[in-house]
Design a protein around this ligand. Structure first.
Ligand code: 8X3
Length: 250
């Protein structure tokens, strides 16, 4: 089989756009997510181009992650590219008003989840002496903003994990790419604001936000570089954005 990529959070947003870009480039896919119907419909669509399988699990559930990845056949287990995309923001409020359950959800998926999935896949990459891990961080991991302390901290952890993974795994032939997008129009804000469509829409008002496909293009560029090149870090802002919370709206 040609290259195999496992993508978490593949059923929407950046994960889905990345899956589509990979399929267009002949990369076979293991689509992972919590919503089986969405995974099935994406599989149906993309399997016209490449081989596609799906795994339903919640990244924050250690047992589910291990069982799902262990259930892959040997052929599918030879994962060349891991895209750690699953993650979310929950709430936007000052630390004194923060909801502890929101904090748990962010730390559990953005940090623990990324670690559980990576732990299930890295030993195989080390054994095969090749692989590429793409971690979806955020500009929020580079600059902390007001009311976002815990989300920003979770993404700062991703930044540290990308650096740490690179330090430990480069000698094993494994590349690590950290991707830090700014304002991308996805379900991100709808999830952050718990389904409040008006509040979510306001985030993207008065400027043209990044689209998931823009981030997918950057990921595709990173995974298609020759062995002599490691794309360590890519920061993407929307055209009208100059910092995470500085957007020039019309
Ligand atoms: C998403 C970007 O700036 O809304 O990670 O935190 S931001």
């Amino acid at each position: 089989m040609s290259r195999i990529a496992l993508i978490t959070g593949a059923s929407s947003g950046i994960g889905k756009a990345t899956a589509t870009a990979f399929a267009n480039n002949g990369i076979n896919l293991i689509l992972c997510g919590r919503r089986q119907e969405r995974l099935d419909s994406l599989q149906e669509h993309l399997s016209k181009k490449v081989q596609v399988t799906t795994l339903k699990f919640d990244v924050s559930n250690k047992v589910e992650v291990t069982n799902a990845i262990n259930s892959l056949t040997d052929e599918w287990k030879s994962i060349d590219i891991l895209v750690n995309n699953a993650g979310n923001a929950h709430g936007l409020s000052a630390i004194q008003d923060g909801d502890v359950d929101d904090w748990d959800t962010m730390i559990d998926s953005n940090v623990q989840g990324l670690l559980y999935v990576s732990k299930s896949i890295i030993p195989g990459m080390v054994e095969r002496a090749k692989g590429h891990i793409v971690n979806l961080s955020s500009v929020a991991g580079k600059y902390t903003y007001a009311n976002g302390a815990v989300y920003c901290a979770s993404k700062a952890a991703v930044e540290a994990l990308s650096e740490g993974m690179r330090l430990d795994l480069t000698q094993h032939g494994i590349k690590i790419t950290n991707i830090a997008p700014g304002a991308v129009e996805t379900e991100f804000s709808l999830v952050r604001f718990k389904g409040d469509e008006k509040r979510a829409a306001k985030v993207y008002e008065g400027f043209e936000p990044l689209q998931p496909e823009d981030v997918a293009d950057a990921i595709l560029y990173a995974v298609n570089t020759p062995p002599r090149v490691t794309i360590a870090d890519i920061v993407l802002y929307a055209g009208a954005q100059s910092a995470p919370t500085v957007i020039h709206r019309k």
